[in-house]
Write a new protein. Sequence first.
Length: 311
Amino acid sequence: MISNLSPEAWDKKVIDLGGSILQAWAWGEFQQALGQKIYRFSGSDYLCLAFEIALPAGKKYLYCPRGPVGKVEAALADLRKFESDHSIIFSRIEPIQAVSLPKAVKDMQPLHNWVLDLEKTEEELLIGMKPKTRYNINLAQRKGVVVREGTKADLIMAWKLFLETAGRNGYKLHAQNYYLQMWEHLSPKFLKILIAEYKGEPLAAIFVSRFGETATFLHGGSSSKMKEAQASYLLHWEAIRLAKNSGLKFYDFGGIAGSSDQTQAWAGITRFKKGFGGLEVMFPGAFDLIFSPIWYNVYKQVRLVRNLIKK
């Protein structure tokens, strides 16, 4: 049913049911600020934040990031009510466990995340790292790299670092407004920006969310200058220390390449994240609850053609 929970009650339920920042109340407000129409459903044992994503020909689909949380079948009953809306051709969900629905043609979130347990001493965390990671943290400190918490005034600078990194590694970046709206709706309670600097010059920046017992690395970027200073290693170490000292239990580095992934696109970032120690957390991926089989097949064919053109 349409939720009547307050923001505080909503977030408590998300946390109690094992959900992430992507199902938080503030995440819905953030998506709404980006122009998405959002929906919140809840019952005694489930909860679901979903928002519309536009498709050509006036069609659209609902996307429930890392959700529903709790009893998925109960949430699906709510989502099936959209079947009468002929503009919505399917609903894409990402439950914690696999469900008996068709696998989505595209996974929206990573299937493999790298997570560090913070219920250890700092010494134990350092011992658990790869020697190269430990060395690079110390190297950055010796070279005089410092890490500070950023403010709204640092957002444009951070975005420029994100943009530089995206260009260097060949991936598409969100528009500047995406990060500005994220800051407006998630900080200071749920979002921090951390910046690594050398003699006042920013070398790297990251967005880290805080929700429940987990800090999550959301976005980051680094400068091509002073690469030998290894600023990103110290930056994540300080983010880990901040999360630990705030009483959080986990630091989620976000997506990595799975063991069966033979592509090189994520090889470097995977080595970097694994160097801090931790364990791999796997997700079943996205599933589609189809309302209009004909339009869904059109959608799949269009995606297939686009992918062939890209190749």
